[in-house]
Design a protein around this ligand. Structure first.
Ligand code: UDX
Length: 480
């Protein structure tokens, strides 16, 4: 039984629709409802009385100071304590600063002092990402529970049993789910559990900012950030994920969690300067990208600029703290004519920036544009016909803030193309040609090597002649 203080949201859910765009969520809702396992109510009291376990999933937005605003947690604590008629396990799912669980326990005791019920508290942070939330939920790497007693642990194990055993059908995979190791269930203290969530998100933010500074360095030195980070990522101690350079981290989790974590550390006398720097680096990303746009356009006022992508990341309609929104806001303030498109996020963007022209067809965004900006890395954008785009633009200029496209192919198609930390497409093209020559030479040498008598003559014969090399066609431009 689920409840929310927004009646419109409950009405949408009761009508069988998810209030947000999240792949596979509709299927999950429909299946659970038709099996009689899921219901919605406008009455918080009814929801509280419906179960032995209550998950608190309210928002904890940042206050002006960066600290998490816990007033929604306090509100539901009051509702739970006054509406409950039997003992409950109250589980914090919302992302909260360490020690909130202890405060919540105290609040439940104070608000419920007249009914004398036992209201236990546990922490169970969520690690799912928007865009892959259903898959992350069904196939987690870990489930963390912070408890104060064995009974709470037992209850939470029982709740997660289908996930731990992999026995629940997952809508993401139409056939059987691919084999995967069973997720770890980690049982910790409440405070450790709360800390694990903030520590994880902040570390991810740190990785992204590291990759972004590295990208700036690569630009200055003529190196390619993707070559550097992919080699770094092969070291299992580093890992390949969250090293994608670009416009920086947005959304409603990473930026606010980093801030809240810094404030939490400060409140107990610990200076988390490392994270403050990660935040500072992140705040500069949009500005640096816009500097590149201004450099490329020279005069921006009255220019027509197309923007591909509004959501803070692909596969979601969430535009909260999306770098794309900030890019558009600043361009519009400088008198640029902006036309934007996004596969899912246009409605939500319109609510924030009503004066921008939004078009469903991404090719329309490019029409007569002086520049095209890529601000969210939707797969749909990568697969577009870029030759067609080049032909409809007033000037074939692409500024790729997400490194979505291949610089070599974009140059081959005749675009002026800028991306993040990948300065020298020409050098890359030369290297690709050289490695093609090496592969050709090796293929020709293979039989000789296999026979075991490698003579100088054989090597000379196996090398492609200089005539062959000059005859070689330029790289075939396809879709980048
Ligand atoms: C995050 C955490 O990943 C998840 O575990 C937690 O439960 C909720 O917060 P989410 O906000 O959905 O998930 O987005 P995430 O995938 O973490 O991306 C956050 C931002 O970082 C996006 O703007 C994304 O574009 C950016 N990002 C991510 C990069 O710029 N580079 C990367 O390498 C990865």
């Amino acid at each position: 039984m689920c409840t929310d203080n927004d009646p419109a949201r409950i009405a949408t859910l009761e009508a069988g629709r998810a209030p947000i765009y999240e792949p596979h969520l509709d299927t999950v809702l429909a299946t659970a409802r038709s099996a009689g396992r899921l219901a919605f109510t406008r009455s918080a009291g009814e929801a509280v009385r419906a179960g032995d376990n209550i998950f608190i999933c309210v928002g904890t937005p940042p206050r002006q100071t960066g600290e998490a605003d816990l007033s929604a947690i306090d509100n539901v604590a009051r509702i739970i304590a006054t509406e409950a008629r039997t003992p409950k396990l109250v589980i914090e799912k919302s992302t909260v600063p360490a020690q909130t669980g202890l405060q919540l326990k105290r609040a439940l005791a104070v608000y419920g002092r007249k009914n004398g019920l036992t209201l236990r508290v546990a922490s169970n942070p969520e690690f799912l990402r928007e865009g892959t939330a259903v898959e992350d939920f069904m196939h987690p790497d870990r489930i963390v529970v912070g408890v104060e007693d064995e009974g709470s642990e037992k209850q939470l194990r029982e709740i997660y049993r289908p996930i731990l055993e992999g026995s629940r059908h997952c809508p993401v995979h139409t056939a059987a789910c691919p084999p995967a190791p069973a997720p770890h269930m980690l049982v910790t203290s409440m405070t450790s559990s709360e800390l694990i969530k903030h520590a994880s998100n902040s570390f991810l933010a740190l990785k992204i900012s590291y990759a972004n500074v590295l990208a700036d360095l690569c630009e200055r030195l003529g190196a390619d950030v993707e070559e550097v980070t992919s080699a770094m990522g092969l070291d299992p101690r580093i890992g390949p994920q969250f090293l994608r350079a670009g416009l920086g981290f947005g959304g409603f989790c990473l930026p606010k969690d980093v801030q809240a974590f810094v404030r939490l550390a400060e409140s107990v006398g610990v200076d988390f300067g490392l994270l403050k720097e990660a935040e500072r680096v992140n705040r500069r990303r949009v500005g640096l990208f816009l500097d590149e746009v201004r450099r490329a356009l020279w005069v921006v006022k009255d220019k027509q600029v197309g923007v591909l992508g509004l959501a803070f990341k692909p596969n979601t309609d969430d535009v909260r703290l999306a770098p794309a929104i900030e890019v558009i806001r600043q361009l519009a303030a400088e008198g640029v004519q902006v036309r934007a498109s996004d596969p899912q996020a246009m409605e939500k963007a319109r609510a924030i920036l009503p004066d921008v022209e939004y078009v469903r067809d991404p090719y329309e965004v490019a029409k007569n544009a002086d520049a095209l900006l890529i601000t969210t890395e939707w797969e749909e954008f990568r697969r577009m016909d870029w030759k067609r785009i080049r032909d409809v633009m007033a000037r074939p200029l692409v500024l790729d803030g997400r490194n979505l496209l291949d610089p070599v192919q974009m140059k081959a198609l005749g675009f002026e193309y800028y991306s993040v930390g990948r300065p020298d497409a020409q050098a890359k093209l030369k290297r690709r040609r050289n490695s093609a020559i090496v592969i050709q030479a090796f293929t020709a040498l293979k039989p000789v090597l296999q026979e075991g008598h490698l003579s100088k003559t054989a090597i000379l014969e196996a090398r492609p002649s200089s005539r062959d090399r000059t005859k070689r066609q330029p790289l075939e431009p396809g879709n980048p």
